[in-house]
Design a protein around this ligand. Sequence first.
Ligand SMILES: Cc1cc2nc3c(=O)[nH]c(=O)nc-3n(C[C@H](O)[C@H](O)[C@H](O)COP(=O)(O)OP(=O)(O)OC[C@H]3O[C@@H](n4cnc5c(N)ncnc54)[C@H](O)[C@@H]3O)c2cc1C
Length: 483
Amino acid sequence: MKKSIIKSLESSIMGDVFSQKEFKNFYSVDSSSYQIIPKVIVVPKNEKDVINAIKIAKKFKSSITVRRTGTGLVGSALNTGIILDMKNFNSLKITKNNVTVGPGIIKGQLDKKLEEHKKFFPPNPSIGAFCSVGGMIGNNSSGSRSLKYGSVIDNVTEITFIDGNGNKISLPKNKKVSKKILELSKNIHVEKFPNVTKNSSGYRIDKIKSIRDSHKLIIGSEGTLGIVLSIKLKTKDSPKKKILCIVEYKSITDASMNCIKINKTKPSAIEFVDKTTLNQINFKFSPKTQCLLFVEYDKNINLSEKKLKTTVTGKIVKKLKSDSEINRWWRYRDSSLYYSLKSIKKEKRIPHVIEDAAVPLESLSEIFKILKNINKKFKTKTIVYGHAGNGNVHVRLISDRREIAMVKKIAIEYFDEIIKLGGTITAEHGDGLARSEFIKKQYGKENYKIFKEIKHYFDPENVLNPGKIISMKSTIIKNLENF
Ligand SMILES: Cc1cc2nc3c(=O)[nH]c(=O)nc-3n(C[C@H](O)[C@H](O)[C@H](O)COP(=O)(O)OP(=O)(O)OC[C@H]3O[C@@H](n4cnc5c(N)ncnc54)[C@H](O)[C@@H]3O)c2cc1C
């Protein structure tokens, strides 16, 4: 008699295999609004387990989706077949300007270890202490400091992974695969790629300028091209001093236009919060304040402070220099998602599918106009915060209407406008279930054809996280939990 997929996994995996209801429920959700119940969960102990799990997925024509802490916001880690939790892959080895880690390591643990060496890994998602490096690779994550230091894709030198054929590949070391990637990159229509400083949509083949860049293709690929086993990250010296200035503005347009000039003073971060977050801060802002910018410098502190004074059109209400004060104020900004959710009644929350677009900085103020039009047309309200220096805003939608079709209509309208401005539909959270169907629109059909070739090269049987990035079906309003 033919063995079941669960029995096959149980007899060949050295790590754990779970198929009980409570485990499947646990792994059916992440931090998105979606829910998909998987068939079985595998917690591989070693590389051989990963290869065997892929073999079994292929044999049973099942999907295999890798994940770690599930803090992803668009359902990238959810699927119907095998879920692979990489928690046992948590090695860490620090060298002079690098650290080599397993994908299961938690970012907070990495930060602590690097601090002991007065080093840091720059990309800093607001969820920081809780997400994994594997998930950051999967989504090409970033954070406030990405303005100065770039996203994950700019801070990695090597990746080792198992592709959908079961092959172990190290990039950029593997010359054959690197050459193939470079060859594919030569055919792209660059003008169709967004003109932004951060982008987590589609496959980032635009980043491949030589075979030394080939590993970058895996970054942001959401587990669709390979299961990452090991990553060599670049580290930087921790800044000796920092200054964080809090600037209040009476107008959102004024604040977003001012970002263009402030950016020229070379800050390490320019972050935006609207009234929802500022109302939670224990400080007396002027009653007319509509929004704040958090502007941080980690170099040439005195000179930068002087430059900022002559550049801001808002009012600097705080200049923070001690680590404890700086960290305290960053916690307010990092809690914006929490404050947003806290201030919206559960029944008025609209699933977050347009929460992560970015546009060229010069067009940042346009995003607020687009949102104003959407609010008028669909009778919605929005809460906004985000990485203003990168033209990247996070949007929370509020509505009394519980119409699922409206969610898709809003997304279509918003993404069309973002693409017209030369922007990306996702700057850091990835495509997942919410945005994969819009990738063809974002990049055009020629580039999309190349994306399909990439997928076919690494995963010809489409077992690795199918339905993400290369998507045949609309998934934006399917599988929404409790809506
Ligand atoms: C409150 C909150 C704030 C956030 N703030 C930010 C922010 O400021 N910036 C930002 O960029 N993101 C942010 N995020 C999104 C999210 O935290 C990040 O994308 C994070 O890096 C995901 O890590 P994870 O371990 O939870 O990954 P998961 O959700 O488990 O997985 C994410 C993706 O990575 C893939 N993946 C995981 N492991 C591997 C592997 N070993 N090999 C290949 N692919 C893999 C998965 O298949 C999936 O597609 C935030 C989320 C929350 C809830």
